[in-house]
Design a protein around this ligand. Structure first.
Ligand code: ZN
Length: 229
């Protein structure tokens, strides 16, 4: 994973994968809630998988019934900023006070726990060292991923579902965090294939012996291990 080398030097402020303790994988869904989210929730419920949704605060605010259902189904609601702003155009203070803290407040209002509300995945993966350091001082953890199967890329291409699912299966590892998307695409369309991807991927990962956790569970495990060390 080539996700900003400076993040690797901030092991307390950054979570890119969980401890490789057991065959557990976290599925994460960005940019929602979107038009595909209700169908995705139905599929996850049927598959008995709890996942992490990195929500956009202003979108979450519009659908309180959906956030209640997500939490009731055991999913985690985490922070993907208030407006999906590209942090590279923002000062560290602006990122914290205009995007990340308001989204955390929105998540808390929706019922998310504090740890999840302070688990922040930057939009477009864009973040700078000064921003990470300021967020860390305010109790936030920057969340990355260890597997990016590019589910957003050419979803209408033939074989897309197999391609995304195959990419995850080929890279699967204990403590993996998988980057997926349930929010509408850049043209405002529902993600067309995310439900099919999940329906193919989950049984295949289970066949490899994997169970499913939320990103916050991986962070709690890491913090518990540090507390013991
Ligand atoms: Zn995003």
């Amino acid at each position: 994973m080539d996700y900003h080398a400076f993040l690797a030097q901030r092991p307390r402020a950054y979570l890119g994968r969980g401890l490789p303790r057991r065959r557990a994988i976290a599925l994460s869904f960005d940019d929602g809630p979107g038009q595909a989210t209700p169908a995705l929730l139905a599929a996850l419920r049927e598959l008995e998988v709890a996942a992490t949704f990195f929500c956009v605060g202003r979108l979450l605010r519009a659908v309180p019934w959906l956030s209640a259902r997500m939490l009731a189904d055991g999913h985690e609601l985490a922070n993907h900023s208030m407006s999906h702003a590209d942090a590279s155009g923002l000062g560290a203070d602006a990122l914290l006070h205009e995007e990340v803290a308001p989204a955390a407040a929105e998540l808390r209002r929706a019922g998310a726990d504090t740890l999840s509300a302070r688990l922040f995945r930057p939009a477009f993966g864009e973040i700078r060292a000064d921003q990470v350091d300021l967020l860390a001082r305010h109790g936030y953890t920057v969340a990355g991923w260890s597997i990016d199967p590019c589910d957003w890329l050419e979803p209408d291409a033939p074989g897309h579902v197999d391609c995304v699912s195959g990419a995850v299966l080929a890279q699967a590892h204990p403590g993996a965090i998988v980057l997926l998307h349930d929010g509408d695409d850049e043209h405002g369309r529902a993600r067309p294939r995310i439900v099919e991807i999940v329906r193919e991927l989950v049984p295949a990962l289970r066949a490899q012996g994997y169970g499913f956790v939320r990103v916050g569970d991986l962070l709690r495990e890491r913090e518990a291990q540090r507390a013991q060390a």
